[in-house]
Design a binder for this molecule. Structure first.
Ligand code: SF4
Length: 189
């Protein structure tokens, strides 16, 4: 399998997971970055639990991080404590509420469901594993596959002419290589 295909599969798995995250976090009034900051704070040491370190870790602007920290503090997910030796330094820590939240949401349901579908299978290539992973995640997430047209169950080819059986419209060669929201995978290769 070509590297570009592998890259695209990884990209699509990543997009699907980000979308799943966004939905899940939006339901509790948070953005993915808020949860990522909580996760970072749950895992960083005492030298790394400052707003400056969070900014550095995520490569975001001070303003963006500051806003995220304000949201997390307002919602009671983090506590701010002054350094015992240097009053100018603030340490951030998960509150009990923050720890509870992180434990509850860390395991994305969609992943557990997809894992069940994958555990019994053997893969000979990374591409095959990624493709099956993507399909399992899409199924668990009830998501559209957005697959490439020529791999769709409704794709028809005759004498180098292409047709979509769903719409009964002709497809160009270029159309055949584009992704489609109505795509249904013809078969797992
Ligand atoms: S439904 Fe979409 S992906 Fe499937 S053949 Fe028609 S245009 Fe292509």
């Amino acid at each position: 399998m070509q590297d570009t295909t592998t890259f695209k599969l990884i990209e699509r798995i990543s997009t699907l997971l980000r979308s799943e995250e966004r939905k899940k976090y939006a339901a509790i009034g948070l953005h993915p970055i808020h949860v990522q900051v909580l996760d970072y704070l749950a895992n960083c040491n005492h030298h790394s639990d400052t707003p400056a370190a969070v900014t550095e870790y995520f490569g975001l602007t001070k303003g963006t991080v500051s806003q995220s920290l304000q949201v997390l503090e307002r919602k009671g997910y983090i506590d701010k404590n002054q350094d015992s030796e240097d009053g100018r330094v603030i340490h951030l820590a998960l509150s009990v509420r923050g720890e509870k939240l992180l434990n509850e949401i860390q395991s994305l349901d969609v992943f557990s469901q997809a894992e069940e579908a994958l555990t019994s299978q053997d893969f000979s290539t990374i591409g095959e594993a990624l493709k099956t992973t993507l399909l399992a995640l899409q199924k668990a997430n009830d998501a559209k596959s957005f697959g490439v047209c020529h791999t769709c169950i409704n794709f028809d080819e005759e004498d180098n002419h292409y047709l979509c059986n769903l719409t009964q419209l002709p497809l160009s060669r270029s159309d055949a290589n584009k992704i489609c929201r109505e795509h249904i995978l013809a078969e797992v290769e």
